[in-house]
Structures are given as structure tokens and as C-alpha cells.
Write a protein that binds this ligand. Structure first.
Ligand code: 0A1
Ligand code: ZN
Length: 879
């Protein structure tokens, strides 16, 4: 696939239903690390409406075919055709029992898709198209069937044998072997199949469902991790309860399994009743996991559990519809986290993530609608767009219909589609029909890519006491879609007095007077809203709670931003105002330094920070969010041509300036929060740690910080504080940093997840020396290029989160990274493709960097036998 044209695109419009019902699938596994044999027995019934003598088409990849038979007749070479990943049996009778036997090699599977080895056990990953690496089958989500899975294996090597559904039989075999049979009463698509075999330890709990059924909950981990499962188990119980309370959805089997692995391409996988998790999203103990890890675990455990209804009971017709399950399930997990912890803090983190990851994606070579129209490799479409923008679009449906309207829609969706494989249109139809509204125009969000811009302007007329907001929306053309339509945009707005009081609002066109936020719905390219009885020129509080995933343009004065930061009732608007102030201060400094002018600290920003530090009423976690300066990559997105070093210098200058000027305030707040109390998991305690460590991050830019960081490191009883102190020492380039790193390493060298953090904090260090350090760290015994978590934490962090390192002007970062992409492509194309995306924004840099990145992309594209995964990414980028 050298020229990028050979990677064949698949189109949504080409969907055709599968002609066959698969009544059931019996699988027989003879398990071994080196070799596993898989026998499959499938019953095909021709569906009504299809003409007789259809072919049966199955998918398979890297399978050693041992035998095929049809209705008990062995098939020979001439009876079927194997063409690439398809096996075709022409003219099959309307009832056909097909039996196949294949051999596969788990230990050689470095792509971590299909059946593979992780430590002392074997496991599967089938989404999206991994099942075809296990056996021949119609590997597409609209083919659902009942699975009965029998496994046999050596008992001492594989004491635990798991699959989906219920364990219905088991027994001993001669020679120290045993067998187990699992049956899943729910028909499911192949991507939800799972199997686990090996030596695993387990913790168990129970959940009583609302209707009184007892569900056994089990988490399987490697024995040394048994003491790190409590939080995951509690999160699971909370998720089960929450889905009953909020969505009226109850679990449907008597058993729920989670298995944690260190070798996983993604976060976790929702296989029916046998979730498989990246251990990062299961294992936590206060001394090994940060608060962010704890929150991540709760969110991902929730996410996979919620898929049981949104994904498993109702699944996707084809992979173009991926956001049907992912956007909706992310929305559900966001709501879960918001209900469990601080809603406002969670919301801000979601918005920050959307803007810093999804916006650039939507503006780059991989831009696609949440429901793409074509792809080469589906694995490249598990994106921030499909997931996070997908969730933002579901959130707008929720905003428009309200909680009860939304729940009515969900109810109808399940009534209509339980047990089916459906489309996003089916989902929207249920929402619309249940509420008697028309959502057709809203549906454009599913087919249009790119981030809409909303330009807001206003005028106030003191004589008539009228205030008019004019909104203009425009979605710039994207890589694959030139023409854009107007979208339906929920616009939640409030008006403040200059002193910060909330004004009641009344529209010229209406009579109702609203005390708080007013929800308006923009449908056209341009719309005006005139408010009456407005006593003074108000400060507009725009898109409260970020009511639509758009870029908001309004020319705020520093005084208006200050009013919003201090007084607005909406946490998003307060945070956003603080970010805007910081962004403009930093970008202004960039400009000044380009023009040879001296850098100065923005007075309004200084004052705002002083105010925030003095605020004892606000949630400390929200203050921490507001005081965390925008990241360098987010700042880069705001520039015409990215000035890597300028951004870094300007941001650093502001950070130092704030720290120096407000040292006493930071130190005082730090001292209050650093109260010596023992670790607690509560969100209040997490919020205090967040603000404390934000203060520390500033203090290390002053003479006070080093001793504070050293003391915090020495006394810490949790990973959040430990890591913050260690990062602080690195950030200030303290002479103590090397010892601290070495001590951390010697304490945690055998702990994979903790060592990931150790790699990351070194890879993220700005400056020219880091590349060599990263190269050295690749030789560290705890590093392995075969392990996705390691690759992400060292190579991924360097490329994506260390702009001054990766974008070194001599191109050394690019050359190194391209080598890694090529090396990874031979091992794990999915991960290689994710890494290759680091070059996606190449056109936004200066000429020198552009041409350096381009030549690395060309070098990758020219690799003989490059995977479709990487080829799609680099050729899109080059186009
Ligand atoms: N459905 C999972 C994500 C996932 C997708 C692909 C995987 O392997 C290639 C693994 C997991 C989720 O949304 O959690
Ligand atoms: Zn998901």
C-alpha cells in the first residue's frame, strides 16, 4: 500500500444486509499458548426475501484452515473460494450446517487483536474485526447469534477458563486437563465474544438488582494485584445502581466478569458479561494510583457496564454507526461521573478534553463526521470525534428534550430495538417520536464534520433598554467536506450586570421573564435575540454549561472577563473566562517577543489569580482547573502558524510571573491545604489535593518551592502528592530531581503501571535533552515496545505532549518518532497508527518544520508492506 490509493475505502452507502440468519454457533477451543485449535459449528438459515442458492460468505484472517464441511460433507478445494479475508461457499442450501476447524498461534500475535497472550494467560480482543482472527465467521455486527463455547486446556497452566454468559458444564479430562462450557443466552455480534484462559486470581462481590436478582461480580487479576481491586469493584456496584436509578436499566445476567490485562490496545472492552480491561482502568491503591486514575477507573468501569444496554442489547448495524453506541455510552458515563463526583469539575474536564483533542482532529487530515461515510481501516475511527463529539451531540439532544423527554426517548429506543443492530437514524427517530418533535435538521450533526464557529456580537440601547445579541454560525470547510450547512445549536445564555449580578431576561418576542439561564435554539446561519428591560449594558454569559460543541467568538474586555470569573453562576463560563484571559495574555506575549519587545505580566490576569487564590468559598478543584494555564498544544491551536518555542517561553514567563508576584498567596493556600491529614478517597479530599498541587506547581517556579516539594515527597502517603512533588522537582530542574527519580524507580521498578508514570514524567520534560533521555529509557528493563501502555507513556507522551522536544527545529524528534512508527507497524499496526497521528498537524508549522515532518511522513508511506492502519493515516496527512 505504497501510494495510499491501494488502501481500499469502504462506503456507508454500500451497506447490504447479510442473507443468512446464523441460528447458533458452537465453538470448541483446544487451548495452548503456541497453538490453539478452534472448531466452529454454525447453522445458517436463509432469510426470507433472499433468492435461493445464495453464497455463504465468511471472514477470516491469518487462520490455518484444517477442514470445512457443509451438512456433514467435507468440502474440498473446488467447493469453496478463499479470497483475501473472505471464504465463499457458493450455492449453499437454505439450511446449511457449516463446520470448520482452524489453527491459530496466540503467542505470535503481537497485534493484540484476536486471541493473544498476556503474561500468564490468554485472552481475546474482537472489536472491531478481531473475531476473524479466531475463526471463519460473518464478522460484522449485524450478524447476531447464540454462542455456546467449550474450552479444554491443561488444568495447571490454565486453571481459569472464561467466556460470555453462564458456565453450564465442566469436567476433568485425562492427562491433567479439564474442560468448561459457557452459554450466552443473549444473541450477540461476534465483536462481543470473549475468552480468557490462564492463571488468574479473583475477588468477588454481589449486587442485588432492583427486581431482587443476585448478580455475582468477579474481578480477575494477576495474584499480586488482588489488593488493588476495591475501587473498581465499588465503581461497578455504583454503576449498576446508577443505571437502574437514572436510566431505569437493570443488569440482565446472573454473573459479571472483569479481567485486567497489562497488554491492551485501548482502555477496555464491553464483551457481554466478560469485560476485558487495560489494568490501568482497574488497579488502584492510594500509593500506586493518582486521583485522576481513580476517576478514570470509575468512568471506564461505568462506560463498559453501560454498554450492556447501549451497545450490547442494542448494537450497531455496521461500523459506520459506531457512535450509536460510543457517543451515547460516553454521554452516559459522563453523566455517571457527574452524578457521583462534582458535576462542574467533571464537565470542565470533559470540555477541556474535547477542545484539546477533538477540535484539532476535526480541523486536520482525519476530520470526519461522528458517523463517517467511508473508511479504510475501522480501527482508525475509534476517535475523539466518534466518542467525545458523539457524546456532545447526544448531550445537545438531552438539552433540547430535557431529562424526562430524553428518558422517554431511551425507553422507546429499547422498546423498538432491543436485540437488534440499528443505526443512528433509528436512535434519533425514537427520540423524536417519543417527544412528538422533529429532529431531522438536528440530524445534520451526524453527517457534517468540522467545528462550527459561532461569532457573537451585541449592542445595547440605553434609551429603549434593549440589548441585542447577534449570532452568526459558520463551519469552515474540512479536509473531506467542502460545503457546510447551518446546524441546530442550543444556546444557553445569561446576562450579568457589570457588578456581577444576574439579570432576569425577557425576550422582545415573548412575555416570560426568566431568573436564570435561558435556553435559545439557533437554527439558521444568522440569528438575533433582543432582550427588553435591560437596565444597563450587560456582560453576556455565553453557552452556559457549554451548551454546544462550538468555538465561541466574542470580543470580551478584560473587565468583562473579570466579572465572569468572579461572579458567573455557571462553572464552565467562569473557567472559560479564566482560560480566555490566560490565552490572550500568552499569545500577546508571543507576539511581543517576535517583535523584539520585552515581556510583561498581564495585570488583569494577575488580579484574577489573586482573586481566585483568595476565594475560600469556591470548590478548590474548580479553582485548580481555572488556574491551570492552557496547555501548549491548545495554545498552538489558537495560532495561525504555530510558534513552538515562543509559546513555551511565553507560557513559562506567565507561570513564573504569577508565581513570583503571588508567592505569598500560593504559599498560604498551599499551607492551608497541606494539613497533614491521612489520605482519603472522597471527592472533597481530591479537590483539596488538586488545588494544593496546582499551588505547588507555581511555587516550584519560586525560591520556596524546592523545599516544599522535597518535604511533600518525603511525607506523601498517596501517588497524587508523590507524583506532583516529583514533577515539581523536575519542572524546576532541581539538583534533587535525579535522586528522587532514582528512588522512585527502585521502589516501583516491578510495578508496570507505576513505571508508566515514571516514563511519562521524564518524556514530557521540555527542551533538547529529553530525546536522548527517551532513547535511553527505551533500553530500560521496564520498557517494551510490544506493550501499548509503555509505548503510550514514553513515545506517545514525547510526541504528543512535549512540543519543544518533538518539534526540535533540527527534526531529530520527527526522525526518531518516524522510526518508532515503522518499528511498531511490524508489531502492532493499531498502535503504530495512533502514534503516526502525531504528524497530523504538520501543515500548521513553519516552513522548516513542515518540510521535515513531510519528509518523515513520506518515508513512512514508502515502507514496503505498510499496514492499512498506518497507510490511511499518513496518506491522509500527505494529501
Ligand atoms: N468498545 C470499547 C473500545 C474498544 C475498541 C476497540 C478495541 O480493540 C481494537 C478495544 C476496545 C469501548 O468503547 O470501551
Ligand atoms: Zn465504548
Amino acid at each position: 500500500m505504497k501510494d495510499g490509493l491501494t488502501g481500499k475505502s469502504i462506503f456507508r452507502k454500500d451497506y447490504e444486509p447479510y442473507p443468512w440468519d446464523v441460528k447458533q454457533l458452537h465453538l470448541f477451543f483446544d487451548i495452548g499458548r503456541e497453538t490453539t485449535t478452534v472448531r466452529a459449528e454454525m447453522q445458517f438459515h436463509l432469510k426470507d426475501g433472499f433468492k435461493p442458492s445464495q453464497a455463504i460468505v465468511l471472514n477470516g484472517k491469518d487462520l490455518e484452515l484444517l477442514s470445512v464441511s457443509l451438512n456433514d460433507r467435507p468440502l474440498g478445494e473446488g467447493d469453496f473460494v478463499v479470497n483475501g479475508e473472505a471464504l465463499l461457499i457458493p450455492d449453499a442450501p437454505p439450511i446449511s450446517v457449516l463446520k470448520t476447524e482452524v489453527r491459530i498461534h496466540p503467542a505470535n500475535n503481537s497485534a493484540l487483536e484476536g486471541l493473544y497472550v498476556s503474561g500468564e494467560f490468554l485472552l481475546t480482543q474482537c472489536e472491531a474485526q478481531g473475531f476473524r482472527k479466531i475463526t471463519w465467521f460473518p464478522d460484522r455486527p449485524d450478524v447476531m447469534t447464540a454462542y455456546c463455547v467449550t474450552m479444554q486446556a491443561d488444568r495447571s497452566e490454565f486453571p481459569v477458563l472464561l467466556s460470555n454468559g453462564n458456565r453450564v458444564a465442566a469436567g476433568e479430562l485425562p492427562g491433567g486437563r479439564h474442560w468448561v462450557r459457557w452459554e450466552d443466552p443473549f444473541r450477540k455480534p461476534s465483536y462481543l465474544f470473549a475468552l480468557v484462559a490462564g492463571d488468574l486470581a479473583m475477588v468477588e462481590d454481589h449486587f442485588k438488582t432492583r427486581s431482587g436478582r443476585d448478580v455475582v461480580l468477579r474481578i480477575y487479576v494477576e495474584a499480586e494485584n488482588l489488593d488493588r481491586c476495591d475501587h473498581a469493584m465499588q465503581s461497578l456496584v455504583h454503576a449498576m445502581r446508577w443505571d437502574e436509578d437514572r436510566f431505569n436499566l437493570e443488569y440482565d445476567l446472573d454473573i459479571y466478569h472483569i479481567v485486567a490485562t497489562n497488554d491492551f490496545n485501548m482502555g477496555a472492552m464491553e464483551n457481554k458479561s466478560l469485560n476485558i480491561f487495560n489494568s490501568k482502568y482497574v488497579l488502584a491503591r492510594p500509593d500506586t494510583a493518582t486521583d485522576a486514575d481513580y476517576q478514570g477507573i470509575e468512568g471506564v468501569i461505568g462506560h463498559e457496564y453501560f454498554h450492556n444496554w447501549t451497545g450490547n442489547r442494542v448494537t450497531c448495524r455496521d461500523w459506520f454507526e459506531l457512535t450509536l453506541k460510543e457517543g451515547l455510552t460516553v454521554f452516559r458515563d459522563e453523566e455517571f461521573s457527574a452524578d457521583m463526583q462534582s458535576r462542574a469539575v467533571n464537565r470542565i474536564r470533559v470540555i477541556r478534553d474535547l477542545r484539546s483533542r477533538q477540535f484539532p482532529e476535526d480541523d486536520g487530515p482525519m476530520s470526519h463526521p461522528i458517523r463517517p461515510d467511508h473508511y479504510v481501516e475501522i480501527n482508525n475511527f475509534y476517535t475523539a470525534t466518534v466518542y467525545q463529539k458523539g457524546a456532545a451531540i447526544i448531550r445537545m439532544v438531552h438539552t433540547l428534550l430535557g431529562e424526562s423527554g430524553f428518558q422517554k426517548g431511551m425507553k422507546l429506543y429499547f422498546e423498538r430495538h432491543d436485540g437488534q443492530a440499528v443505526t443512528c437514524d433509528d436512535f434519533m427517530a425514537a427520540m423524536a417520536d417519543a417527544n412528538g418533535v422533529n429532529l431531522d435538521r438536528f440530524g445534520r450533526w451526524y453527517s457534517q464534520s468540522g467545528t462550527p464557529q459561532v461569532h457573537v456580537s451585541d449592542r445595547y440601547d440605553a434609551a429603549t433598554r434593549k440589548y441585542t445579541l447577534t449570532l452568526q454560525q459558520k463551519t469552515p470547510p474540512t479536509h473531506e467536506q467542502a460545503d457546510k450547512q447551518a446546524l441546530v445549536i442550543p444556546f444557553a445564555v445569561g446576562l450579568l450586570t457589570g457588578a456581577g449580578g444576574e439579570l432576569p431576561t425577557q425576550l422582545e418576542t415573548g412575555t416570560d421573564v426568566l431568573e436564570g439561564t435561558r435556553l435559545l435554539v439557533m437554527e439558521d446561519e444568522m440569528q438575533e435575540y433582543t432582550f427588553v428591560n435591560v437596565p444597563e449594558k450587560p456582560v453576556p454569559s455565553l453557552f452556559r454549561d457549554y451548551s454546544a460543541p462550538v468555538r465561541i467568538f466574542y470580543d470580551y474586555s478584560p473587565a468583562q472577563l473579570a466579572t465572569l470569573i468572579t461572579h458567573d453562576s455557571d462553572a464552565f463560563v467562569r473557567w472559560d473566562a479564566a482560560q480566555r484571559m490566560a490565552v490572550s495574555a500568552i499569545l500577546e506575549l508571543c507576539k511581543r517577543s517576535v517583535n523584539g519587545l520585552e515581556m510583561t505580566l498581564d495585570a488583569a490576569l494577575l488580579k484574577a489569580f489573586q482573586g481566585m487564590l483568595a476565594d475560600r468559598a469556591a470548590d478548590p478543584a474548580l479553582l485548580a482547573e481555572a488556574m491551570n494555564l492552557p496547555e501548549e498544544d491548545y495554545l498552538a491551536e489558537q495560532m495561525e502558524v504555530v510558534d513552538v518555542d515562543g509559546i513555551h517561553a511565553a507560557r513559562k514567563f506567565i507561570q513564573r510571573g504569577l508565581a513570583g508576584n503571588l508567592m505569598v498567596h500560593f504559599a498560604q493556600r498551599y499551607a492551608e491545604l497541606n494539613d497533614g491529614q491521612a489520605y482519603q478517597k472522597s471527592s472533597a479530599a481530591m479537590a483539596r489535593r488538586a488545588l494544593k498541587n496546582t499551588c505547588l506547581g507555581y511555587l516550584v517556579e519560586t525560591g520556596l518551592g524546592e523545599s516544599m516539594a522535597v518535604a511533600q515527597l518525603a511525607s506523601s502517603d498517596n501517588m497524587t502528592d508523590t507524583l506532583a512533588a516529583l514533577k515539581g522537582l523536575l519542572q524546576m530542574d532541581s539538583p534533587q530531581a535525579a535522586t528522587a527519580l532514582a528512588e522512585f524507580e527502585s521502589r516501583w521498578k516491578a510495578d508496570a503501571l507505576v513505571m508508566d508514570k515514571w516514563f511519562s514524567i521524564q518524556a514530557v520534560q521540555p527542551g533538547p535533552n529529553t530525546l536522548n533521555r527517551v532513547k535511553e529509557l527505551m533500553q530500560h528493563p521496564a520498557f517494551s515496545i510490544q506493550n501499548p501502555n509503555k509505548v503510550r507513556s514514553l513515545i506517545g507522551v514525547f510526541a504528543m505532549l512535549n512540543p519543544t522536544g518533538f518539534h526540535a527545529a533540527d527534526g531529530s524528534g520527527y526522525a526518531f518518532h518516524a522510526d518508532r512508527v515503522i518499528e511498531l507497524d511490524g508489531l502492532n499496526p493499531q498502535i503504530a497508527a495512533r502514534m503516526a497521528a502525531a504528524f497530523n498537524r504538520w501543515k500548521r508549522y513553519d516552513e522548516g518544520r513542515k518540510s521535515l515532518m513531510k519528509s518523515q511522513l513520506q518515508r513512512i508511506a514508502a515502507v514496503e508492506g505498510l499496514s492499512g492502519d498506518v497507510s490511511e493515516i499518513v496518506n491522509n496527512a500527505l494529501r
